[in-house]
Design a protein around this ligand. Structure first.
Ligand code: NAD
Ligand code: UFG
Length: 343
């Protein structure tokens, strides 16, 4: 049985991927410093899968602690989710982002090299396509015209990984460019619930539906899109998790660096997301139109055909599934709901 080190395994996408790995015959160990997650998520992964696994409260910046993990575990490959991801914060605190994301990755790669572990799946982002590419985005389009330090860390790490594979044929990496992950595990035990006021659309809709925030600001209704609001390729986090397992399986049989979009290939507008959520939950989401958000693009979505042809992966869940599962997770977090479900 192969052992996969999952960095950032307590986070939103990492936790769902841990479940999928455990359910597909992989052994895992998790490294996370819990700067944007909680150890309780690891208990929830155990609750869903019935499987135990080792975890380390370790910051990738801490080289000694990371070296200790590689001494204790016999690792076959790494899936690297750990990183900071708030676009706005990255503009305010660029050095924090370069240090955490780029230096953290370099530390990880050095430990991998020293221990002869040379297979890595990396969490990249559609943001690397920048502002100038036509839609849908295809993997062979030029990248790197990023508009914020967060996106630049992703483009830089992609380049580092390509250089590494070029320098030594024993290295093999998968660069996975995610579009907009939402949804939650159908159990309602793991999902996304950021601290503070959310930046992203679905967590914000959840707060409005819960009554914690009064209304949603829809940033722009005059874009050249189907209804004037921004269009994105929303993908269920469980589909994304399956994509990682498919990519990992292929990683063991490939050489060099490969890149795949993980999206559905379908664009949905902000208004479509709001309406679909209302239909699925039965809960109204008051909204008002607000000015465009700086840095937002009008519309983008994936050309998802390469992952289908080469990995045999295709997203299965609909936008309605994503809205239902996001809401189920938020409802399950309230103690009264959990008691009801338990009865
Ligand atoms: P998340 O914040 O929920 O998960 C990231 C995890 O990494 C957290 O548990 C955090 O505590 C941990 N972490 C951060 N820095 C660390 C460090 N230095 N050492 C150890 N642990 C550290 O985010 P997510 O949504 O699950 O995203 C996972 C990855 O996917 C990130 O790299 C993110 O940039 C990328 N990504 C996310 C999205 C998205 O919209 N969610 C889109 C594209 C790419
Ligand atoms: N939006 C609103 N109101 C809100 C929040 C968002 O109208 O309160 C709109 C945005 O303007 C955009 C859409 O909803 O049109 C999606 O916005 P998100 O903030 O949810 O997501 P982004 O597409 O801006 O970016 C996300 C991640 C990035 C990642 C990118 C990959 O935040 O880190 O997806 O496609 F790089």
């Amino acid at each position: 049985m192969k052992t996969i080190l999952v960095t950032g395994g307590a986070g939103f996408i990492g936790s769902h991927t841990c479940v999928e790995l455990l359910q597909n015959g992989y052994r895992i160990c998790v490294v996370d410093n819990f700067c944007n997650s909680s150890p309780a998520t690891l208990d929830a992964i155990h609750e869903i899968t019935g499987k135990y696994f080792p975890s380390y409260n370790c910051d990738l910046i801490d080289e000694k602690a990371l070296a200790q993990v590689f001494q204790e575990e016999k690792i076959d490959a790494v899936i690297h989710f750990a990183g900071l991801k708030a676009v706005g914060e990255s503009v305010q605190k660029p050095t924090l982002y370069y240090r955490n994301n780029v230096t953290g990755t370099l530390n990880l790669l050095e430990q991998m090299e020293q221990n002869g572990v040379r297979r890595l799946v990396f969490s990249s982002s559609a943001t690397v396509y920048g502002e100038n590419n036509p839609i849908p985005y295809k993997e062979d389009m030029p990248t790197g015209q990023t508009t914020n330090p967060y996106g630049t860390t992703k483009a830089m790490i992609e380049q580092i990984l390509r250089d590494l594979c070029q320098s030594d044929s024993r290295w093999s990496t998968m660069l996975l460019r995610y579009f907009n992950p939402i949804g939650a595990h159908p159990s309602g035990l793991i999902g996304e619930d950021p601290n503070g006021i959310p930046n992203n659309l679905m967590p914000y809709i959840m707060r409005v539906a819960q009554g914690t925030l009064p209304y949603l600001n829809i940033f722009g209704n005059d874009y050249p899109t189907k209804d004037g609001t921004g269009v994105r390729d929303y993908i269920h986090v469980c589909d994304l998790a399956v994509g990682h397992v498919k990519a990992l399986n292929a990683l063991f049989a490939q050489e060099g660096a490969s890149v795949y979009n993980l999206g559905t290939g379908q664009g949905s507008s902000v208004l479509e997301v709001v309406k679909t959520f209302e239909q699925e939950s039965g809960v109204p989401v008051p909204y008002q139109f607000a000015p465009r958000r700086a840095g937002d693009l009008p519309e983008y979505f994936a050309d998802a055909s390469k992952a289908m042809q080469e990995l045999g992966w295709q997203a299965q869940f609909t936008l309605a599934d994503m809205c239902r599962d996001s809401w189920n997770f938020i409802k399950m977090k309230s103690p009264s709901e959990r008691e009801l479900v338990a009865k």
